[in-house]
Design a protein around this ligand. Structure first.
Ligand SMILES: C[S@@+](CC[C@H](N)C(=O)[O-])C[C@H]1O[C@@H](n2cnc3c(N)ncnc32)[C@H](O)[C@@H]1O
Length: 241
């Protein structure tokens, strides 16, 4: 798998660059996300939440929580105690504001941390979620193995990540949008010249569908599955411990 970096090679490793990039764009991340995805990402999150509700976990860790949308949604949809963990303090700062605004401070804890070295003992969460985070991990197998380590036996992992549409017409439209319009608007609004061109480049280089479930399987998740959403623009992955 080719490593796509947000910035130049001489600006540290992928992890440091990813943290820097999300710290840079934290202030505009939410509004840009809604506009650039036409709000479709909300529907994808709802599909994941429906799966979490069905499993009814008592504790959930939302890895790469960013500004905390999924952590808050899990807390609103279930009685679970939720940890939202992310590398970027600025993204978490926005998330903490949301948690406070919804009076969820006693149910949602926002923690600075690295998915590849989770600050938790083995087998302490019932479920884990990751939305649009795994693509940014520096070491994907290590990050997934760490998530597996902190899940209890029978625990569940759900992942949302961009995929590659199979239909050639949809793929053409999606590529046109994500390699031209998206970087243009993203650069204009976020003031980070690279963040929104890194996005499609990193999606293209990332394992999708069965290539991703193979990595889940390699690190010990049982019977991983995937479900394409919106013509495969997004994938919902599920695995058990
Ligand atoms: C595209 S954002 C997604 C945020 C949020 N989950 C959402 O759905 O809007 C990706 C997030 O992954 C975080 N991230 C990337 N690598 C990480 C790692 N190794 N550990 C923890 N967070 C990480 C970034 O800091 C960023 O906030």
């Amino acid at each position: 798998m080719a490593t796509v970096l947000p910035y130049d090679d001489d600006q540290g490793g992928k992890k440091a660059q990813v943290r820097q990039m999300f710290d840079n764009i934290a202030g505009t991340y939410d509004p840009l996300n809604r506009v650039l995805s036409f709000g479709i990402d909300q529907g994808w999150r709802k599909k994941l939440i429906a799966r979490v509700r069905k499993h009814a976990p008592a504790s959930v860790i939302d890895i790469a929580t960013g500004t905390g949308d999924l952590a808050v949604a899990v807390a609103q949809a279930t009685p679970a105690q939720v940890v939202g963990l992310d590398l970027s303090p600025n993204m978490l700062q926005v998330g903490k504001g949301k948690v406070a605004a919804k009076h969820l401070q006693n149910r949602v804890e926002m923690v600075v941390g690295d998915s590849e070295a989770l600050p938790y003992p083995d087998a302490c969460f019932d479920a884990a979620t990751v939305a649009f985070g795994v693509r940014n991990f520096e070491d994907l197998p290590k990050g997934l193995a760490e998530i597996r380590r902190v899940l209890k036996p029978g625990g569940k992992l759900w992942v949302l990540e961009f995929g590659r549409p199979a239909n050639p017409l949809v793929r053409w439209g999606y590529n046109f949008y994500s390699f031209t319009l998206l970087p243009f608007v993203g650069k204009l609004v976020s003031k980070d010249a690279r963040a929104y061109s890194y996005l499609p480049e990193s999606v293209r280089a990332f394992p999708s569908g069965s290539a991703f479930t193979s990595v889940m399987e390699q690190v010990g998740f049982k019977s991983p599955t995937f479900r394409p959403l919106t013509f495969g623009i997004c994938m919902l992955y599920e695995g058990s411990v």
